[in-house]
Write a protein of this length. Structure first.
Ligand code: C2E
Ligand code: MG
Ligand code: MG
Ligand code: MG
Length: 275
């Protein structure tokens, strides 16, 4: 700290808010560079079909291989990328990379790409999706977009139009983190989802099957089966959670119990084994 005092007096008196603002500016400058320098990578996490005991899909989860800070999770940079408008270019990169990767996998494997609220509000989304499919040559039915209720609540008629166009192209649509947002039933009915992902907060609280988490998971699973939508339980970490979900006929499972998200090279053997 003596160094701070001697060299640069102003820095020493800098209030905490200014330091935060400086960190923010550094992050924004770094993010701009990251795209150009190919510092983003996709990790992939398999989704298991419980009945067949086969991997049926893989979710793409972005990471940032930062030159000095190491491998960063999306929570550390996606919010900043959204507020600076860089999320659109990152989204195009992600779609391209995921679709290209999926062409190397068995044909029954669906790749899921997360679309944040800001991306969903942007008019270029459909064109980005069409472009990624065209450039990679991936069959549209092998791409799934994951959207959240938050992204659609402001303007449900617009959301319905966009999802309908994507469905007409053949793309699948998952409602991500279900149960944490508005969880409106009319939502489920009026929008063309192919899959509902049960948020991991409910899975975490499954316990012995007698508590609230279990009741909610049972209810969502039953609802999905009546609506003909596939339910996927997220964040399954233990044998107990897995067994409970199988007992209540939850068709798909994702979580550390099956596999952590990992680089494409590590996913490949899991897919070949079940093909
Ligand atoms: P999400 O789409 O709900 O993804 C699931 C998150 O749960 C991932 O965190 C995953 O690593 C983590 N997870 C998976 N299984 C387990 C488990 O058994 N236990 C626990 N505790 N966690 C588990 P991650 O990779 O940090 O991603 C966080 C969020 O960032 C994602 O939530 C998604 O909303 C967003 N995200 C990830 N990749 C992208 C992307 O390419 N674009 C955009 N816009 N958002 C992304
Ligand atoms: Mg997701
Ligand atoms: Mg989720
Ligand atoms: Mg989430």
């Amino acid at each position: 700290h003596a160094k701070d005092r001697s060299g640069d007096g102003i820095r020493f008196y800098e209030p905490a808010m200014d330091r935060l603002r400086q960190q923010r500016m550094d992050l924004e400058r770094d993010l701009q560079r990251a795209l150009a320098h190919h510092e983003f990578v996709l990790f992939y996490q398999p989704v298991l079909n419980v009945d067949s005991n086969r991997i049926v899909g893989v979710e793409a989860l972005i990471r940032w291989q930062h030159p000095t800070r190491g491998l960063l999770a999306p929570g550390a940079f996606i919010p900043a990328a959204e507020s600076m408008g860089l999320i659109y270019d990152i989204g195009i990169w992600t779609l391209d990379a995921a679709c290209r990767q999926a062409t190397a996998w068995p044909r029954h494997i669906v790749v899921s790409v997360n679309v944040s609220a800001a991306q969903f509000r942007h008019d270029g989304l459909i064109e980005s999706v069409a472009g990624a499919l065209r450039r990679s040559g991936l069959d549209a039915c092998r791409l799934e977009l994951e959207v959240t209720e938050t992204a659609m609540i402001d303007d449900v008629p617009r959301a319905a139009r966009i999802l309908r166009r994507l469905r007409d192209m053949g793309v699948q649509i998952a409602l991500d983190d279900f149960g944490t947002g508005y969880s409106s039933l009319s939502f489920l009915n009026s929008l063309p989802f192919t899959r509902i992902k049960i948020d991991r907060s409910f899975v975490r609280n499954l316990g012995d099957g007698s508590g609230d988490g279990a009741a909610i998971v049972r209810a969502i699973t039953g609802l999905c089966s009546s609506l003909n939508v596939i339910a996927t339980a997220e964040g399954v970490e233990t044998r107990e959670q897995f067994d409970y979900l199988r007992r209540v006929n939850c068709p798909e499972i994702q979580g550390y119990f099956i596999s952590r998200p990992c680089p494409a090279a590590d996913i490949q053997p899991l897919l070949d084994q079940t093909d």
